[in-house]
Design a binder for this molecule. Sequence first.
Ligand code: BDR
Ligand code: CA
Length: 338
Amino acid sequence: MKRKVIIDCDPGIDDSLALMLALSMDELEVLGITIVCGNSPVEMGFENAKKVLKQMNRLDIPVFQGADQPLKRDYVNALDTHGADGLGESFLEAVPGYEQKKNAVEFLEEALIQGGCSVIALGPMTNLARLIRVNPHAFELTEEIVSMGGNYKSHGNCSPVAEYNYWADPDAAALVYETAWEMQKKIHMVGLDVTRQIVLTPDLLEYMKRLQPQTGSFVQAITKFYFDFHWKQEHLIGCVINDPLAVAYFADRSLCSGFEAYTAIETGGISIGQTVVDAMHFYQKEPNSVILTEVDALRFFTAFFGKVLGINPEKPDLLPALVRYGTNLPCSREQGEK
Ligand code: BDR
Ligand code: CA
């Protein structure tokens, strides 16, 4: 049976790749896409989601606009990373229309209250926090929450200790984790510890173009800016694609492993946005999170290519290329590296 899911996101280059992956998976039924301000302002994220849906021939999937500001702090976008259009300065043709009468929180509430639906959160958690405020029971009925965000031992990407999604709206993330604890739920945290190992390299992109020129060219158009950003930022040849790992992990738990712990999010001071993971059980609190620390990057790329390019991973034209390449998969700069 297909698993029902809502994708809450801020497209965003890697969000767009995550949407492409989710929409290619037979095992998922994407009920809707909810947009939050994050990488791009919410209106821009809405426009970008429609561009991805058009590319995937899936404009039947509804997209709902959500929060245009974090709960408390000032909004800080990430257009320096994602380009002036939020989609790598690809400046793809706009897809007019498709506005919905409901907003993202109304849609989340209506869908989640039915039960049996999960959320993959790929941006700041503002929409989920607003849902908790209006209808905590709908949040409680969420089957599973997988969140790309946070970092355990890996360093931050917005400060020495904080990852963007939780840093951009720490109050929302704190509320979501604390409410999960109260409700004895566990958030699956697909943080930088694992996503830093998911580097789309020029070679992998070239394989995509060879295997499926139309899709490969689309991916190239939206990632070029991101490649340049990573080169300027850390002299990495390639780009870290965080968000698709959360989707792939949602569908296949065996891609990542980690441990359960109580986690809180810092909401002020120099550590604002930091994920405080109580791995040593200091607080003596029941776990509210599954912290992922290990990932099989080669298996991720095999699944990603197989699904997004519509190639059977058993087929010999895909796997040998990846397996040969897999032994050399790079990782983004880790703590202490120059
Ligand atoms: C996260 O922040 C955004 O820039 C990405 O889309 C991803 O969700 C990584 O820190
Ligand atoms: Ca994102």
